[in-house]
Write a protein that binds this ligand. Structure first.
Ligand code: FCB
Length: 497
């Protein structure tokens, strides 16, 4: 691994450390590829009379294509709680959050937003917002307590009830198979450093597809493999808390392999559901003019984006990244004949998660150019969403795109029955406008999910950061629609901002 790479890994570690201390269709709605395709062509007009209104609710006069999938996202460990209910096994996040010093204030997901017990009421809130699509994740250790063997029916039943509840409310379920909560027993057998875990993942996915496949039209395989690699294995702020660059990229390969094996598992069931990866993509820009910054940005982009995109969509890892890692790296040595064929099995959609751009200096460090949110790793730059959507469409498309995460934490407080979060409205409105511009350019973006439906356990940040449209008063578990949630309901009803 080059000096340059080491330097930006260290820089990233520092950035993330400061982030940790500073706060971090089928059935139902019409989010089909066909809709997206026609949307890209002709569905995207501008209202003739934009409504001036109070800032930030001021209307921009942008109408989205008919059938656009307005949604919101969550993940299992962040909201469900019920850590020991109905045969659920431990995951790496149980272990990590219960290890002193790992999360802010020692917070854990033991109770979280207690969604496991309150999902019916939460479904009603989703209907009240008018959501057309809901992205959630399935907890592997609810389905297989120790990550292998026959499935736990009670775990499957929970997700079946959730999916049925969505369909009954005309909300399209979009299910993620893995949002970082690896069963702890598998971690003890080597976790994602072990190639075998990729095969265990495909078995687990097969159980889920067979149980829910008739009713879930859109599947996502692995949420943000890059975050597992970087946060879990490079700088250790996430479970399993390792700091081992050589292991990190081995893990990257096994996560990609797991993705491909899950795609094959879905195809083998003969089901009609769509499947794709969920990648957090960071547009990388040179911080200054000049060839050195350009070159450093290119390599940075390799680690941030192309490592994951090229392997899935082009069937090869980027050679600049492989060269930088070196032939003796554990990752390069672990790649077997045929692996890239598995990884690049055709997918049906690409889920993009956009939070921030990255500005790269000539020495491979990073710079801040735009204001941050309470999450100080996040720079607020809506045009970055426009850029990344256009880029993936141009370089890896055409295929249906969905935004599966976009949002920010704001300093929300409960005042009587209201929570005033104008900053979230401005952020979402500006990013939706960027998405609209991409659609107008012909990018087949079919849906957009706010991160997050409700406040939740933000990993190492615990409950400190509030990312939700819905405020969760943790002591009482009362839910309160924030000002942004009321605004979003109107966006959905008007199909535009
Ligand atoms: C993403 C994660 C999600 C949440 C948001 C803020 O990287 O996928 O679980 O933590 O960031």
């Amino acid at each position: 691994m080059s000096v340059l790479t080491r330097r930006h890994l260290l820089r990233r570690a520092a950035l993330s450390a400061s982030a940790a201390t500073a706060s971090r269709v089928g059935a139902g709605a019409a989010t089909t590829a066909a809709v997206a395709a026609s949307a890209a062509l002709d569905g995207c007009e501008t209202d003739s009379e934009p409504n001036p209104g109070p800032e930030p609710e001021r209307r921009l006069g942008l109408r989205f294509p008919d059938g656009f999938g307005w949604g919101a996202a969550t993940s299992a460990y962040q909201i469900e709680g019920a850590a020991k209910d109905d045969g659920r096994g431990e995951s790496v996040w149980d272990t990590f959050s219960h290890t002193p010093g790992r999360t802010r204030g020692g917070d854990t997901g033991d109770v979280a937003a207690d969604h496991y017990h309150r999902y019916e009421a939460d479904l009603d809130l989703m209907r009240e917002l008018g959501l057309r699509t809901y992205r959630f994740s399935i907890s592997w250790s609810r389905i297989q307590a120790d990550g292998t063997g026959s499935p736990n029916q009670r775990g499957l039943d929970f997700y079946r009830r959730l999916v049925d509840g969505l369909l009954a409310r005309d909300i399209a379920p979009m299910a993620t198979l893995f949002h970082w909560d690896l069963p702890q027993s598998l971690q003890e057998g080597g976790g994602w450093e072990s190639r075998d875990v990729a095969y265990r993942f495909a078995d687990y996915a097969d159980h889920v597809f067979r149980a829910l496949g008739d009713n879930v039209a859109s599947w996502l395989t692995i949420n943000e493999p890059k975050t597992v690699v970087q946060n879990g294995y490079l700088h250790g702020h996430h479970a399993p808390g390792h700091r081992d660059p050589d292991a990190a990229y081995l893990v990257a390969h096994h996560l990609q392999l797991a993705h491909g094996l899950a795609v094959a598992a879905l195809r083998a069931t003969g089901g009609s559901g769509r499947i794709g990866p969920a990648l957090n993509l960071h547009p990388c820009y040179p911080a200054v003019d000049g060839a050195e910054a350009e070159a450093a940005t290119r390599l940075y982009d390799g680690y941030e984006n192309r490592l994951y995109l090229d392997s899935i969509f082009k069937g090869s890892y980027p050679t600049d990244v492989l060269d930088d890692l070196g032939p003796r790296s554990r990752m390069v040595r672990a790649i077997r004949d045929g692996d890239l064929t598995i990884i690049s099995a055709p997918v049906d959609l690409l889920a993009v998660q956009y939070y921030t751009p990255i500005y790269v200096t000539p020495s491979g460090g990073t710079e801040q150019k735009w204001p941050t949110s309470e999450a100080n790793w996040q720079q607020i730059y809506p045009d970055g969403m426009y850029d990344i959507l256009n880029r993936v469409h141009r370089e890896y498309g055409p295929l249906p795109l969905t935004i599966t995460e976009n949002g920010l934490p704001t300093p929300d407080t409960l005042d009587g029955d209201t929570v005033d979060d104008p900053g979230r409205i401005t952020f979402l409105r500006d990013h939706m406008a960027a998405a609209h511009r991409a659609i107008r350019d012909g990018v087949p973006l079919e849906s957009y999910h706010v991160w997050s439906l409700m406040d939740n356990f933000e990993w190492a940040e615990g409950y400190d950061q509030r990312w939700g449209l819905i405020y969760v008063d943790y002591p009482t578990q009362r839910r309160i629609l924030k000002r942004s949630a009321h605004w979003y309901r109107r966006v959905i009803a008007d199909n535009g901002v």
